[in-house]
Design a protein around this ligand. Sequence first.
Ligand SMILES: [Zn+2]
Length: 390
Amino acid sequence: MITLANARVVTPLRVIEPGWIVIDNGRIHAVGRAEPPATDGHVVDLALDYVLPGFIDLHMHGGAGAQVTSIDPDEILRAVTFHRSHGTTRTLLSLVTSPIEDMVAAARTIADMIHSGDLACRSMVGIHLEGPFLNPLKPGSHHTDHILAPDPAALRHLLAAGDGTVRSVTLAPELPGGMDLLREVVAYGAVASVGHTDATHRQTTEAFAAGARLVTHLFNAMREFHHREPGTVGAALADDSVTCELINDGHHVHDDVTRLVLAAAGHDRIAFITDATPAAGMGNGSFKLGPLPVQSRDGKVTLLDGVTHAGSTLTMDAAVRHAVRCVGIPITHAATAAASTPARVLGLDERTGSIQPGKDADLVVLDQDLRIRAVIAEGVVVHGLLPGSR
Ligand SMILES: [Zn+2]
């Protein structure tokens, strides 16, 4: 049993200051204000550091030079561990559009890691297929040579390789056969996410009616918002059943647009994602994103044209800092977008995603500058250090 005391505890509705959290057996046992109850365990004085729920990233391709579209478990783990050190206690692993057999092989590798039950793999929740069923008109940084028309057999091949671990699929519903594919994803039990799409407002509305519940990186790689043809952006903002991924790094979406999105959709329908590439955590340089070479300069990742965005160098803690410091939203709302909402999207909200008794003790300790001090996953400190016990 361990008690985190004298903390700013960020719960869904308020910051408890000073607050405490008692962790027992990997779970949050109790949460409260002022002096913690006496227990027979350690008490750690956090000197008013913030404690947030562990972050949940719905969209991550890599980090620390490693990519997850790989058949090398060590490489995959390097990316996962890097993001865990930035507060991501649960993550999807996003496969970029690549030759289908490469995606199948990567899906098999990741599924084996998840099913191994290995402690190091505990933060891996599942696979996000970003393609190959994308609209070639909106490829972003996905290689158009490997984009496929909606093909149920190819989808089943990928789902089978994932062996129950494919949790979300980004697809373009407007393509011939796209709606049937979407229905198949929904029937399988994965999240259908509208993205890399030229769908009109009407087509997007039909996709939502058929069960799509997520939009892949709102604004990026989709038809632009127009007041008479608001496209996927307008349809998503107007539909309360839909969650919008947002790359909140100040590059992919202007901060004023983020403010508009939050005002239009409410903070609990936005999921911060990293869309991180292997360039995250590295300096300027050249990297691979799936089969494509990309370059990273000053935190911005592009194709070699220097213009087309190709994922990010973002980490979830940086997304939260950017939200609070630059966008100016309350830290409770930032925690919702970084943890509670993605937990709900994945159906994990009974277990994690907020600081409430009974949930897993997935916690991020941030200092006054909102920098990582420690990361706790299921009650175990997996990164950084807690101050000495008292
Ligand atoms: Zn992506």
